[in-house]
Design a protein around this ligand. Structure first.
Ligand SMILES: [Zn+2]
Length: 160
């Protein structure tokens, strides 16, 4: 699975672009626990799901969700942003999850992770492809339309 940027991991996330997202280590124990719970949801309820794999394989980079999830070159970073509607971002193989997303809890973080992993797999930031993938990767009963709705791109703010 993707690796978590913690102080011990010595991972240097990408430097922030001007006014852009930050890619920092997880130093807050509660946020780290929420992230680990979200990873557990994906491990136990989404990883191995054929519908999700198929949706990911259709993205421009063509890898299944399982292939992406097993890629240890992908890192999960922390962004202290609490700006409303800003859940996360990605640069190359680095994902970042905002404090705004983490404070909404593990289900939102699980959805944010899948959304950003769809971008790692080539889903462009200016279409709804990442969100469409998300709908294919949320198992029945796990799907929360309000979360999906909130994860729709806010194009005027440039979030991805
Ligand atoms: Zn996006």
């Amino acid at each position: 699975m993707p690796r978590i940027n913690t102080p011990n991991s010595k991972h240097n996330g990408p430097a922030p672009l001007a006014g852009g997202h930050q890619y920092l280590p997880y130093t807050d124990a509660l946020f780290l626990t929420t992230l680990q719970s979200a990873i557990h949801i994906i491990d136990t309820r989404i990883y191995g799901d054929a519908r999700c794999d198929k949706a990911f394989k259709a993205l421009p980079a063509g890898r299944t969700f399982a292939q992406i999830w097993m890629d240890i070159s992908i890192w999960i970073n922390f962004d202290p942003s609490r700006q409303y509607g800003d859940y996360g971002a990605k640069r190359g193989n680095d994902i970042t999850i905002t404090a705004f997303s983490l404070e909404m809890g593990r289900w939102t973080v699980a959805a944010t992770l899948i959304h950003e992993l769809a971008h790692v797999n080539g889903a462009p930031g200016n279409t709804h492809q990442a969100e469409a993938t998300l709908q294919n990767c949320l198992l029945p009963g796990l799907e929360d339309p309000t979360i999906i709705g909130k994860l729709l791109h806010s194009t005027n703010a440039g979030f991805a």
